[in-house]
Design a protein around this ligand. Structure first.
Ligand code: RIB
Ligand code: CA
Length: 338
């Protein structure tokens, strides 16, 4: 059974009514490479609630927690949303070179803050994530967009193992890096820090890429009180409320504020509404030579460095519009799922 036959129907048929009219535009086929992870789970739900996107599959990677947990969590979230048509393919269980270090102080031992969510009702497909992505890229009649919201290990392996498939990628929208301070070290953002060699391979490639970094993600705030908007009180609302409450306690303890940064949902939202952020084309490289600065993204202004501006880098965010979009879509999904 190949990856394509495991997709029983196009996913758009189950998009909740009122989740936003896309008119006659065709949904963008996307694959989400993810390490759920509290904010990943919310980002996945946003993607499922958005008719602009046709989620071909989720591919998982070790990052926030172990590959076992990220894979189980991806399926648990899809089960909650009733999306048994979307395959999950497990990928790399560790970085290319580095020793894994999971952010379980942030996301909990299970990766979802101990959320009251049933165990996965199915297994991941037998196809490895990298081979699944390659198969989808070759099979799709139109370019596929990769949304990466975890470490870039799978994407680096894709470039190494399936260069012909990688050349068919329409766009990579990635959460990673920072034009300012880091969150795992003073200068590095977690996704890039976790596997800096993989990030280097991806950033140095000629893939069409957009980078949503920590500095702009820090503007994508959701507070627990925002969630009273999830009026339907369904299972999606209950899960998201629990996830944000757990995340908020971490932010309060670590950063002295209950405001949670929705890094991964912003990355998905950028695809749905590109105008939410302003981007500039810049050169971005990754430092991986020393432990001290591993994972630091170095943003080069081409006029100064003369280096190729190979990436669109997100800057200013319309934060109010982002929160509105996220909560409107989650509310619609909540009402749809019940
Ligand atoms: O630094 C934030 C990123 O690291 C997010 O993707 C979060 O889920 C973690 O993976
Ligand atoms: Ca993530």
């Amino acid at each position: 059974m190949n990856a394509n036959s495991e997709r029983s129907k196009p996913g758009r048929g189950t998009v909740p009514p009122g989740a936003g009219d896309v008119g006659s535009r065709v949904a963008t086929p996307v694959i989400i490479d993810t390490d759920p992870g509290i904010d990943d789970a919310i980002a996945i739900l946003l993607a499922l609630a958005s008719p602009e996107l046709d989620v071909l599959g989720l591919t998982t990677v070790a990052g926030n927690t172990t590959l076992h947990n990220t894979t189980a969590n991806a399926m648990r979230v899809l089960d909650l949303a009733g999306r048994h048509d979307i395959p999950v393919a497990a990928g790399a269980d560790r970085p290319l070179i580095r020793t894994p270090w999971h952010a379980e102080d942030v996301h909990g031992a299970d990766g979802l803050g101990g959320a009251d969510l049933p165990a996965a009702q199915r297994q991941p497909i037998r196809t490895h994530a990298v081979d699944f992505i390659a198969g989808q890229l070759h099979a799709s009649p139109v370019p596929v967009t990769l949304i990466t919201i975890g470490p870039l290990t799978n994407i680096a392996l894709l470039l190494a193992l399936h260069p012909a498939a990688a050349s068919r990628i329409g766009h990579v929208v990635m959460m990673g890096g920072s034009t300012g301070a880091g969150n795992i070290t003073p200068t590095a953002e977690f996704n890039i820090w976790f596997d800096p060699e993989a990030a280097h391979r991806v950033f140095a490639s000629n893939l069409p890429k957009t980078i949503v970094g920590l500095d702009v993600a820090r503007q994508a705030i959701v507070r627990s009180e925002d969630l009273t908007r999830l009026q339907a009180g369904g299972r999606v609302g209950q899960l998201v409320t629990g996830l944000v409450d757990y995340y908020s306690r971490y932010y309060q303890e670590r950063h002295g504020t209950p405001d949670t940064c929705q890094h991964d949902a912003l990355t998905v939202a950028h695809l749905i509404r590109p105008e939410l952020v302003t981007t500039r084309r810049l050169n971005v490289t990754v430092e991986y030579g020393s432990d001290e600065t591993r994972g630091t993204t170095v943003i080069g202004e081409p006029l100064i460095t003369g280096a190729a501006a190979h990436a669109a880098v997100a800057f200013e965010l319309d934060a109010v519009a982002f929160t509105e979009l996220l909560l409107d879509r989650l509310s619609a999904l909540d009402a749809h799922v019940g």
